[in-house]
Design a binder for this molecule. Sequence first.
Ligand SMILES: Cc1ncc(COP(=O)(O)O)c(C=O)c1O
Length: 497
Amino acid sequence: MKRAAAEIVPLLTLDRAAAKPLYRQLYEGFREAILTGRLGAGQRLPSTRSLAGELQVSRLPVLTAFEQLLAEGYFESRAGAGTFVARSLADPQPASGGQAGGRTPPARQGRRAVAANPGLPLARHEPWLRGWGAFRVSQIAVDHFPLQVWSGLVARHGRNPRASQMLYGDPMGDHRFRETLAAYLRTSRGVRCAPEQILVTSGSQHALAIAARVLLDPGNEVWVEEPGYPGARNALATAGARLVPVPVDEEGLDVAAGFARGPRARAAYVTPSHQYPLGATLTASRRLQLLDWAQRSGAWILEDDYDSEYRYESQPIAALQGLDRDSRVVYIGTFSKVLFPALRVGYLVAPADLVERFAAMREAIDDFPPALYQAVLTDFLAEGHFARHLRRMRLLYRERRGALVDALRSESGTAFQVLGERAGMHLTAILGAGAHDRRISEQAARQGLWAMPLSACYLGEPSRSGLVLGYGGTGIPEILDGVRRLGGLLTSRRAPG
Ligand SMILES: Cc1ncc(COP(=O)(O)O)c(C=O)c1O
């Protein structure tokens, strides 16, 4: 049944004098109405035009709120039929714990509604994260992975595990693996560490979640880069942190702005080698300012070094952790970019005096990491396969990156400004003022182009619009075709009418 605009209006309270933008108020009003069951799954919504008329607001905030609710999976549109509250929100099991009669939000579908952060979005509902293919961020070149060598090592360790590899292990991880990793981190990344400081995790997301639980109390403020990595924000927020967005510029995190906005922060999350998503390298002076702040205020620095091995015009930038003389930095790394994300192996380097606390937290959460891939990775690194793989992939990704940058720069009629192309497996194409990047990303996703909108990386109001384009898993012909099609989407938006 279609709900008339007049029936919807009482569900939405708008405060025109509030600092919060109208679209945000509308978005939150709808979300609340759905979560409390006042708007049921499958209900048809009035048109944006009639709703705007009834609310006496312009159509733009209504359209923006609808787009957000569509993107987050609260609404769904059916061709020719209109917009509906998503049918998938019909809760198959009664919600427990304070949501009686309500709906499970998308972020908790399929799970019971226990105490959780109600604002936490489930990333895979975003249209640009629904498929794999051209421009998908974090997609590696799977077809260039040395599967023969890898499967040989998996077979070696799968067939003949040592007895110790079948029993309970060390919460910090296998010692041989940590020795091999420590040697690699010292020589290739400039990290100062002993094997005993390394904690093996299930990816950097897990490492961040553990670090946040060890280092922070609920309610502590944490600086996060703005724009920044949504995954990190979610890990910190679920540990109860209050996020303080700190702007980044061409020198990386603006430390002085951090002092001003979050003087009492207990930690800062940073991607110093290759800022996610804009690509700046944190300059030396900013590194020192940040370390000095951490030392003076007793705060922690969470350094996420996720893809710095892929650097194209220079050597990889040395880790911030290597400059730290006061044990304030927790260094976090992952094999998700340099090998493949489904491996789920990452690690953190804990300050020496906190090793016992990290081990205890790890043990309390999930005992210890699985043995098989630690053994495989130890040999993969020690036998030189890893270094060889990195050399090959650096060349491949450099070539793809070059094709993408050239194509973006020569796409006529568009105004792409390219940022962050010096490293990693993605770059950001900044769009001209007034471009609505979410809308472009949604249209692109309908064509199988998985370009992430830059605005999705902002915690607050986005100050820039752009597309974050992954090229790791995108071959050159697809890159050229994809840029042409993105250019087409942009120019058609600008066409009159
Ligand atoms: C900034 C950043 N950190 C870390 C990761 C990797 O996370 P994980 O190791 O959990 O796969 C990603 C992946 O997209 C990322 O973009």
